[in-house]
Write a protein that binds this ligand. Structure first.
Ligand code: NAP
Ligand code: F7E
Length: 337
């Protein structure tokens, strides 16, 4: 019998990579997608086959983390061995504009899902997508024992979700684990996160269809890894006999300015000719430095990052050049996004 997984947030960057990872391991994968007025399944269209196909092992279902009934029904119908809660309002800057919505989805949404698993009576192992944003102002390197000091409504909502996950583990003896993931990027990263904003702009500037790139704080330090490797860590997190919480990071730190310089350098351009700072992109409270210590994940899960900063920048810039080229030639866009 193959294992069954349910992924909330399957249409996002991580959800799409995780679905591919699990399908390749023989899982049947159910994904929760929310209703949107425009198509939101781009990232999973490549692996989606019609449910009537006898070989179909990926199934998408409408639902929402704000709608408990939809969660309970889906859990009862699919009886997953593993549940990955990746759904969230995940943009930190946007969370300052929509703090209530962010708390509803990113914070309370996790609680609704945990309660839904409990009342549905399924015995699933649950992965909660926790974030390095929970550390916020705490000095680096940050590890599992570092006290949280969130600096945004998003960070606060993730802290609530983290402790709620721990509480369901302790109170109800449920298998619930937190992966505390540091920033991870890919060609499928949303276009308004800083790395993708930069690599997309580099491709467009090189092609002569964009003149300038406006950014906010160039001094922020981040520990950027490669998303496909981070979804492997999610799966590993649910394999030990006992649930636990793990930091997942590269341990390598770079400023936004260094990312900009490396991306422009890859196409032979001088970034200082094109990049302007626009205070509109500053945050009311910034997280200055995130550098993770993933020693526990390495020792206990056997997880290690392979793709580091320079390769990550190259992969993302080249993917955006290819994407632009395909779009301009009117080719069917099958780029890895
Ligand atoms: P993402 O690309 O923004 O994807 C978020 C997903 O959540 C999308 O599928 C989105 O649907 C879905 N969603 C949003 N609101 C929802 C709702 N009310 N009900 C159901 N689904 C909803 O995020 P990601 O980068 O893949 O990250 C995955 C998870 O890891 C998130 O929880 C994020 O906060 C967390 N995380 C990410 C990072 C990182 O560096 N990427 C680091 C640490 C933690 P649409 O496609 O319709 O928008
Ligand atoms: O910002 C600075 C910005 O939006 C990175 C999410 O996946 O990782 C992500 O959150 C840094 C910040 O990611 C621009 O001020 C400068 O210091 O790419 P970002 P994030 O806020 O680190 C964590 C771990 C998550 O959990 C989140 O879900 O870059 N920055 N100029 C800018 N950021 C953006 N977005 N746009 C700019 O123009």
């Amino acid at each position: 019998m193959s294992a069954t997984a349910l992924i909330t947030g399957i249409t996002g960057q991580d959800g799409s990579y995780l679905a591919e990872f699990l399908l390749a391991r023989g899982y049947t994968v159910h994904g929760l997608k929310r209703r949107s007025s425009s198509f939101n399944t781009d990232r999973v269209d490549r692996i989606d086959v019609h449910p009537r196909d006898p070989d179909a092992r990926l199934f998408l279902h409408y639902g929402d983390l704000t709608d408990t009934g939809s969660l309970v029904r889906l859990l009862r119908r699919t009886e997953p061995d593993e549940v990955y809660n990746l759904a969230a309002q995940s943009h930190v800057r946007v969370s300052f504009d929509t703090p209530g919505h962010t708390a509803e989805v990113t914070g309370l949404g996790a609680q609704r899902l945990l309660e839904a698993v409990r009342v549905a009576g399924v015995s699933s192992r649950i992965y909660q997508a926790s974030s390095s944003e929970m550390f916020g102002a705490a000095p680096p390197p940050q590890h599992e024992g570092t006290p949280f000091h969130p600096r945004s409504p998003y960070g606060c909502a993730k802290v609530f979700a983290y402790w709620t996950a721990v509480n369901y583990r302790e109170a109800w003896d449920m298998y619930v684990s937190n992966g505390i993931l540091f920033n991870h990027e890919s060609p499928r990263r949303g276009e308004n996160f800083v790395t993708r904003k930069i690599t997309r702009a580099v491709a467009r500037i090189e092609a002569g269809i964009q003149d300038e790139l406006f950014l906010g704080n160039l001094d922020a330090v981040r520990d950027w890894g490669y998303a496909p490797e981070y979804v492997a860590a999610m799966w590993l997190t649910l394999q030990p006999e006992r649930p636990d919480d793990y930091v997942v990071a590269t341990g390598e730190a770079h400023t936004v300015r260094e990312f900009v310089a490396a991306a422009f350098d890859h196409v032979g351009l001088d970034w200082q000719r094109y990049v302007r700072v626009d205070p509109r992109y500053y945050r009311p409270a910034e997280v200055d430095v995130l550098i993770g210590d993933a020693g526990k994940a390495r020792r206990q899960l056997g997880w290690q990052p392979k793709t580091l900063f320079t390769d990550l920048v190259r992969i993302m810039v080249d993917a955006d050049r290819q994407l632009l080229d395909d779009e301009r030639c009117g080719r069917l866009v099958r780029i890895d996004r």
